[in-house]
Design a binder for this molecule. Structure first.
Ligand code: OAD
Length: 260
């Protein structure tokens, strides 16, 4: 017999009936674009296209440790633009907070450093910032002014690197620990990422075969949509999240949580 096709409605049904209780989420820059932070790779609006006037070796160089070590200025100049002081979590962030509130968020891997997941109400112990810990006060000040902070130690006086994982560096050790949670999951949700940067790009493939995976993103990415049980909602993620919430009967609750 032909297995029934998975839809967002059938997944919502399994959540409502308690058959899905451990959701692993992977997010990227796309969930914060509606908060006013451009993503990296969307043509024209993404950061990398906007860096063209800087004539970097490659756009990614700005986040490459070997480039930063001799030219930290471009990093701080753009870090400022990426951290406007009045940011509000998006509806997509609120949806993650709602999953946590319902006790079905198993774990969240985020590639973002804007801190909006926590602002929306996702408990910090459920989040791994794969690229960074949130900037501390000194770093926040540097990011606010766009000035490169220098080490106050006279013998050193080098540029201070933020606690962001640059290209060419390894991820926090915690990453290896937290990926062990992936086989325990009964649903994967991928939102707002192009799945172009390892090792996060490999997370969806770590899901056990047959376990449903949902993509909510402007475009297709990675191998999402290629497995039985995959569902893709293409388009703006806040719209996709509303559709998911509607299917769950949580629409009102989601909007209320977001308004809070
Ligand atoms: P990208 O810019 O590579 O991908 C963002 C994805 O989100 C794309 O697929 C967009 O189509 C999609 N998107 C944008 N706006 C959206 C919206 N409103 N609704 C739905 N989808 C939307 O960003 P990441 O995948 O997060 O690393 O990039 C990963 C890493 O590459 C970053 O953390 C950063 C970057 O270089 C470092 O800096 C080391």
């Amino acid at each position: 017999s032909i297995p029934p096709t998975t839809t967002i409605q059938s997944i919502a049904e399994r959540i409502k009936t308690g058959q899905i209780t451990r959701i692993i989420v992977l997010t990227g820059a796309g969930i914060s674009t509606s908060a006013g932070i451009p993503d990296f790779r969307t043509p024209k609006t993404g950061l990398y296209d906007r860096l063209a006037p800087l004539n970097l070796p490659t756009p990614e160089s700005i986040f490459h440790i070997s480039y930063f070590s001799h030219s930290p200025e471009p990093f701080y100049a753009i870090a400022q633009a990426r951290h406007p002081s009045t940011l509000k979590p998006t509806l997509s962030h609120a949806f993650l907070a709602l999953l946590a509130k319902k006790n079905i968020l198993h774990f969240l891997f985020t590639q973002n450093i804007d801190g909006l997941e926590e602002d929306a109400g996702v408990p910090a112990e459920k989040i791994l910032w794969t690229h960074a810990s949130y900037p501390d006060d000194l770093m926040r000040k540097a990011i606010k002014t766009g000035d490169v902070p220098y080490c106050l130690e006279p013998k050193c006086s080098g540029a201070i690197k933020p606690e962001v994982v640059f290209f060419g560096e390894s991820l926090p050790e915690e990453f290896d620990e937290k990926v062990k949670l992936i086989p325990e999951a009964d649903l994967m949700l991928v939102m707002g990422t192009s799945l172009r940067v390892a090792p996060c790009s490999g997370i969806p493939r770590m899901m056990e075969p047959g376990v449903p995976r949902v993509l909510i993103n402007m475009e297709r990415c990675g191998d999402m949509g290629s497995r039985d049980g995959d569902v893709s909602i293409l388009g703006d993620c806040d719209v996709g999240v509303r559709e998911f919430a509607e299917a769950l009967g949580w629409r009102g609750e989601l909007e209320a949580l977001w308004e809070e």
